[in-house]
Write a protein that binds this ligand. Structure first.
Ligand SMILES: [Zn+2]
Length: 262
C-alpha cells in the first residue's frame, strides 16, 4: 500500500517523466530490455516483474513513472561509457577512447535526448580509455559541467575548467564514493534511489552475472583498491556498471560483498 502511495505521489512531479516514459517505449528490443527490467524492479522493490519487458504496459517500460534514473551503456570497443538519464536530463560517465563522441551522441538519441540535455560529464578516472573523448564530449555538450576525482583532475585536459569531486559529494543526485587504488583519484557514483553503482575500473564485469576486483595489471595500489571494494560493499544497489566487461543488473551489492577479502 505504501508503494502505491509513493508512486502516485511521484506521479505528480510532472510532464518530464511522461516524456521519458514515452522515450523509453522506443527502446524495446534494444539494450533497454535489461534497463526496463532493472529499473522496474527498483520501483516495485523486488524482482516481481514476471512479465517480459516487451509485454509490460508502455508506461512502465524504459523509465518508470517515478522519474528514477535509467541508464544506457555505450559500447566503445573494450571499454564502456554510460549515459544516466532522469527527467529529460542526462549525465555522461566516462567518454571512452578517442573518437567516441559520435557513439555517445547516438546513445543519447536512443533515449530521446541530445547533447543539449547533458548537464554533467563525469570521469571516473584519468586513464585514456575513459577520457579519450573528453574534449569532444565537453564541446558537444556545451552546457554541461565537467567533474573528476580531486587527485585525477589535474591530468585531464578540458576545454572548460573542471570541478573536483570527493567522498560524499553529490552530482545529479549521484553520491560520489571515492574508490582509489586503480588510480589515486578514482571515483564511483551511486544512485541510491535507483540502486545503480557506476564503478569505473574499481570493479570489472565478467559475463553479466559476475564481478571481479580491479585489474592488477593496471592497478598500481591493489591494497587500496581492495579497501575501496569493501567500501562499495557497504552500500545497497542492484546494478553495477563497469568500465570493462558486462554490467550486472541484479544482486550488485551482494556480488561486490563477495569480493571483500580479509
Ligand atoms: Zn582504468
Amino acid at each position: 500500500m505504501d508503494r502505491r502511495v509513493f508512486i502516485k505521489d511521484l506521479g505528480k512531479l510532472g510532464v518530464a517523466m511522461v516524456v521519458v516514459s514515452a522515450c523509453g517505449t522506443d527502446r524495446i528490443g534494444s539494450s533497454a530490455s535489461t534497463v526496463a527490467a532493472t529499473t522496474g524492479s527498483s520501483v516495485t522493490g523486488g524482482p516481481s516483474s514476471s512479465a517480459a519487458p516487451t509485454t509490460l504496459p508502455a508506461t512502465t517500460i524504459g523509465a518508470p513513472p517515478t522519474g528514477l534514473t535509467t541508464w544506457e551503456r555505450v559500447r566503445l570497443g573494450s571499454v564502456s561509457a554510460y549515459v544516466l538519464a532522469r527527467g529529460g536530463e542526462a549525465t555522461i560517465v566516462d567518454t571512452g577512447v578517442s573518437g567516441s563522441a559520435p557513439a555517445i551522441g547516438d546513445s543519447l538519441g536512443q533515449i530521446g535526448l541530445g547533447w543539449a540535455d547533458v548537464s554533467h560529464v563525469v570521469a571516473t578516472h584519468l586513464h585514456p580509455d575513459h577520457i579519450g573523448s573528453w574534449a569532444d564530449v565537453m564541446v558537444a555538450a556545451s552546457g554541461a559541467a565537467g567533474y573528476a576525482g580531486h587527485a585525477d583532475l589535474p591530468a585531464i585536459s578540458s576545454p572548460r575548467p573542471l570541478s573536483g569531486l570527493g567522498d560524499g559529494d553529490m552530482v545529479f543526485e549521484l553520491r560520489v564514493i571515492a574508490t582509489p587504488g586503480h588510480t589515486p583519484g578514482h571515483i564511483s557514483l551511486l544512485d541510491e534511489s535507483a540502486g545503480i553503482l557506476v564503478a569505473g575500473d574499481s570493479l570489472n564485469g565478467t559475463d553479466g552475472t559476475g564481478l571481479t576486483g580491479a585489474n592488477p595489471q593496471y592497478t598500481p595500489d591493489m591494497a587500496t583498491a581492495n579497501e575501496s571494494i569493501a567500501k562499495m560493499a557497504g552500500f545497497d544497489y542492484s546494478v553495477v556498471l563497469v568500465g570493462h566487461g558486462d554490467p550486472v543488473v541484479e544482486n550488485g551489492s551482494s556480488l561486490v560483498g563477495a569480493l571483500v577479502t580479509g
